[in-house]
Design a protein around this ligand. Structure first.
Ligand code: ZN
Length: 488
């Protein structure tokens, strides 16, 4: 199996350090907001890797962290902690915020049929490990204490090692680009240095005792410390979204290199971003769509509700290293494609098993091409295109236009089990989807009738429709733009 290694910028044959064991670490969510399509893309991409490695017989230890402390607003050691800010705004304990959004994340990922990792550590539960690592880096001479905070000395590190090895950034260029941009970061010797430990301001709630101050760990540190704790000083695969490449992953490499005297992992893998009309989709850009909005259809950019499986299939129809452009057309096409695949799957279950060799070679060829595609850096769109070839063959046999012998049918059933439900993790959720669309259509029809009644000044009828809907748990909200509804 070949995978594209961001570190070497080429495809490489995957060879784990200790086969059949594979250690895999993926950066998980910062739990201060509802999961959106970007979360789904990263989780689904690495879910495919996890499932495929398991399918190939590897024993995978999959660690995906939960960031619940230390992720500051502008990712550069300044601004308020994202979670603490949410807690302050909503008058909650930070732990309540973390628990709520961790649960939301789990619910949405379960709906998308993403397998949960074997270990899911929280940053706040690993403060001791992080303090130990800061001390090791200080002892090695690559960090300094300033006013109770501890910073990693990137410039010193870069003299002997290579800060930028992963992202291709050049320290000198970073320094000149950020020279005048040190506001709130005067403690740093150089603007490129990053925090390993931050002294907490008096109002900061999340704080722990350390040799340097009462404070909290820097964001990059948790992944180095928890990766080492659960996967060892060197492990096989580190994954995450491309937006984490710099400074997060670059800094992880630097920290681990100094603390462990070796590079933390061999293969770095990054999934690409989601775009809307060519522009990046992101929470900070105000154009991100939450997963729940996909499932209910309640977002101005959405033409309808989409089932979790349609969203999953939509994600898989692009290669994980390509950008994925959001559009209703693409999602509707995914919905249709998925239906075609599951129609074929239902037909396949009912096909007879005649004792002939008809089309066995053809099915062999398709199977081989699907595995070749997955072995080629998890090329799911190509694998799916070949699955549609299989679906065409099944439909032809089902219509009596072609014949499939026992060997061919048996192999196809194995293929659908192993690849469609096993590796691609697709399951038939049309039943629920049909009901949701039917419900939505019915309620909208009743709201239109009510609108007609109102226009005719028949307010008794309009009120009765609203009250009857309320009894069924459908709350109607009237605004200047018209009526909308929500399910209670
Ligand atoms: Zn991370």
């Amino acid at each position: 199996m070949e995978i594209y290694n961001t570190l070497t910028r080429k495809k490489e044959t995957f060879e784990p350090l200790h086969p059949p064991h594979v250690g895999m670490y993926v950066c998980g969510p910062t739990v201060y907001g509802d999961p959106h399509l970007g979360h789904a893309r990263s989780a689904v991409s690495f879910d495919i890797l996890y499932r495929y490695l398991q399918h190939k017989g590897y024993k995978v230890r999959y660690v995906r962290n939960i960031t619940d402390v230390g992720h500051l607003e502008n990712d550069a050691d300044a601004g308020e902690d994202k979670l603490a800010k949410k807690a302050r705004l909503e008058r909650l304990e930070p732990m309540e915020v973390a628990k709520y959004y961790t649960d939301r994340y789990h619910d949405m990922m379960d709906a998308l049929n993403v397998r949960r990792p074997g270990i899911e550590p929280n940053a706040s539960g690993h403060i001791m490990e992080q303090i130990d690592m800061v001390q090791q880096i200080l002892d090695a001479g690559y960090a300094y204490v300033a006013n109770g905070s501890v910073y990693f000395d990137v410039v010193k590190y870069n003299r002997q090692y290579h800060y930028g090895v992963l992202s291709g950034r050049v320290v000198d260029e970073l320094l000149s680009a950020t020279r005048d941009n040190l506001e709130g970061q005067e403690e740093k010797r150089h603007s490129v240095d990053f925090a390993l430990w931050k002294k907490a301001q008096p109002e900061h709630i999340m704080r722990w005792k350390s040799p340097w101050s009462e404070g909290f760990p820097g964001w990059h540190l948790e992944c180095s410390a928890m990766g080492r704790k659960y996967l060892g000083e060197q492990f096989d695969i580190h994954g995450g979204g491309m937006d984490l490449l710099f400074p997060h992953h670059e800094s992880e490499i630097a920290q681990s290199e100094i603390a462990n005297n070796c590079r933390p992992c061999r293969y770095w893998m990054h999934n690409n971003m989601i775009t809307v009309n060519g522009q990046k989709m992101g929470k900070s850009l105000g154009n991100s769509i939450m997963l729940e909005e996909f499932f209910t259809g309640r977002h101005p950019l959405l033409a309808q509700a989409y089932t979790p499986m349609s969203v999953r299939f939509f994600i898989l129809q692009a290669h994980y290293r390509s950008t994925l452009d959001f559009s209703n057309d693409a999602l509707q096409a995914a919905e249709k494609g998925l239906r075609r695949l599951f129609d074929a799957s239902s037909a396949l279950a009912k096909l007879p098993l005649p004792e002939t060799a008809a089309n066995a070679a053809e099915v062999d060829g398709i199977t081989k091409k699907i595995y070749e595609a997955l072995d080629d850096d998890l090329n799911t769109p190509v694998a799916i295109a070949h699955l549609f070839d299989a679906a065409r063959l099944i439909n032809a046999a089902n219509d009596g236009k072609a014949q499939l012998g026992k060997a061919a049918v048996t192999q196809l059933r194995q293929l659908f089990d192993d690849i469609v439900s096993g590796v691609l993790g697709l399951r038939d959720d049309r039943q629920g989807a049909g009901n949701a669309a039917l419900l939505d259509g019915l309620v909208k029809m009743i709201l239109e009738l009510r609108q007609t009644a109102k226009s005719n000044k028949d307010f008794a009828a309009s009120d009765r429709l609203r009250d009857e809907l309320a009894k069924l748990g459908v709350a109607v909200k009237d605004t200047k733009e018209g009526s909308s509804y929500s399910l209670q």
